[in-house]
Design a protein around this ligand. Structure first.
Ligand code: HEM
Length: 447
């Protein structure tokens, strides 16, 4: 291993095999680099050299800098899936304006309107399980979170239309394979054949559904609480509404950014709670006074349930690094980085720092009750001007779904074999999806 360039912090040269390893699950390589080169270090990745920090001081320097210092990292692998008008691909003033339009529906009071829906969908999903039967926790949480998006974000209510959306969205999401995501040369049609052509067909299908939706909904937003209706009614500082093309790409962004991420967080929580019985016991003690089917508002206030969600996202951050490109110089831990430099904040390294998180590989929700962490020590939703706009939504969903499931039903793990994290597409999730056994209702027959 030798230094990549003299201007950047030190780092290894990496082989194609290591690049592949980084793509599959970067945590091992990140850890080795930090041990060997200190923080920050430089990794040569397909996007170019990237300076990486996972130290709270470095993270503070990045997240507290003026947002105009950064633009999105180029060649975002998700770009074709979200579309060119996605918040994820915007920088500068355009990003600021778009966030102003997109953020309000994700805050405060609005969340309450979605809480009952989250509970209802959880109870419905659990009611399909057969006692003694096995199921994949991530399959179930993903079913729930997809329908939460279809109904709370897109505002689709009519069951047949919900079914149609689900079908089209699943086909669209599955057709954007990790291979298409990582290998740009494959993104062309071979005479209407191949994975890219297939993906394009599903993009067109979803686009058709969204075109119909926008045509029938514009002008009828009043009285609706779903996020699309709020976005249709939103106006920017010049009084302009969002254009259809913009709305469609943002809807696809919310779908992609919002459902699998939350589902993975919930699947990991179920896994650890059932591997470490004391944590499940403590959670059940906390849930017991709320009765057989707790109200979502009550679940939102439970400190241990909240700590369980935080600890799952700490131990297994769903997004392990967030990237930026410098438009202006930045001093990172005493080093002057030039415009054009790619940087990444490593959420994984921050969350596995043994100084802040002793026994960092252990699932110990108590740590979130014993002390508070700064946004530079604990950052599952990234930070600064690009911090996840769905963070409150996701945390509320995780608490309601987990609290409802565990208060009403009993589960166990189908095997002792440990799960390990692996990349699915942009997210990193449990390789086997957490196989579980449904043991039956917790309080006898459920109404
Ligand atoms: C546990 C679930 C989730 C996790 C772990 C997560 C994590 C993240 C992370 C790490 C980022 C990048 C932040 C940065 O660059 O600093 C992000 C951005 C984003 N997330 Fe989430 N997210 C989750 C759920 C959601 C949900 C439910 C939605 C919406 C329905 C959502 C919408 C977005 C959007 C639109 C962005 C782009 C923000 C921007 O570029 O300004 N996310 N998320």
């Amino acid at each position: 291993m030798s230094t990549a360039t003299s201007l950047l912090p030190p780092g290894p040269r990496i082989t194609p095999l290591q690049t592949f390893r980084f793509m599959r699950n970067p945590s091992g390589l990140l850890q080795e680099c930090r041990e060997r080169y200190g923080d920050p270090f430089t990794l040569p990745l397909p996007v170019g050299n990237v300076v990486i920090t996972g130290d709270p001081e470095g993270i503070r320097e990045v997240f507290s800098s003026d947002p105009s210092v950064f633009e999105p990292l180029g060649q975002l692998p998700l770009a074709p899936a979200v579309g060119e008008n996605s918040l994820l691909l915007m920088g500068g003033q355009r990003h600021k304006r778009e966030r102003k339009l997109l953020m309000p529906p994700f805050h405060g009071e609005r969340m309450r309107a979605y809480a009952q829906l989250m509970r209802e969908l959880t109870l419905r999903a659990a009611s399909t399980l057969k006692p003694g039967g096995t199921f994949r926790a991530q399959g179930m949480t993903q079913d729930i979170s997809l329908e939460v998006i279809i109904r709370a974000v897109f505002g689709i209510e009519e069951p047949e239309r919900v079914r149609r959306y689900r079908e089209v969205m699943v086909a669209y999401l599955e057709s954007y394979t990790p291979l298409l995501m990582m290998a740009a040369p494959l993104r062309r049609s071979f005479g209407g054949m191949g994975p890219w052509a297939r993906f394009q067909r599903h993009v067109a299908e979803l686009d058709q559904l969204l075109t119909e939706e926008l045509a029938s909904r514009r002008g009828h937003e009043e009285g609706h609480t779903d996020i699309l209706s709020l976005l249709l009614a939103a106006r920017d500082e010049e009084g302009q509404p969002m254009a259809d093309a913009e709305l469609k790409d943002e809807l696809r962004t919310l779908l992609i950014a919002g459902h699998e991420t939350t589902a993975i967080g919930m699947a990991w929580a179920l896994y650890h709670l059932h591997r470490e019985p004391k944590t499940l016991e403590r959670l059940l003690e906390e849930l017991a006074p709320l009765g057989p089917t707790p109200e979502p508002e009550a679940l939102a206030k439970l400190p241990y349930l909240s700590a369980v969600c935080d600890e799952s996202l700490r131990l297994h951050p769903v997004v392990v690094v967030v990237g930026r490109r410098l438009r202006a110089p930045l001093t990172l831990r005493g080093r002057e980085l030039a415009p054009g430099t790619n940087i990444m904040v490593s959420i994984w390294l921050a969350h596995h720092d043994p100084e802040r998180f002793p026994e960092s590989e252990r699932f110990r929700p108590e740590r979130f009750i014993e002390r508070k962490f700064t946004p530079f020590e604990y950052l599952p939703f990234g930070g600064g001007a690009r911090r996840c706009i769905g963070a409150a939504f996701a945390l509320s969903e995780m608490r309601i779904v987990l609290g409802t499931l565990l208060a009403t039903h009993r589960f166990s793990l189908a095997s002792d074999k440990p799960e390990r994290p692996v990349r699915r597409n942009i997210t990193i999730g449990p390789v086997g999806g957490v196989e579980m056994v449904y043991e039956g209702p917790r309080h006898g027959a459920l109404a």
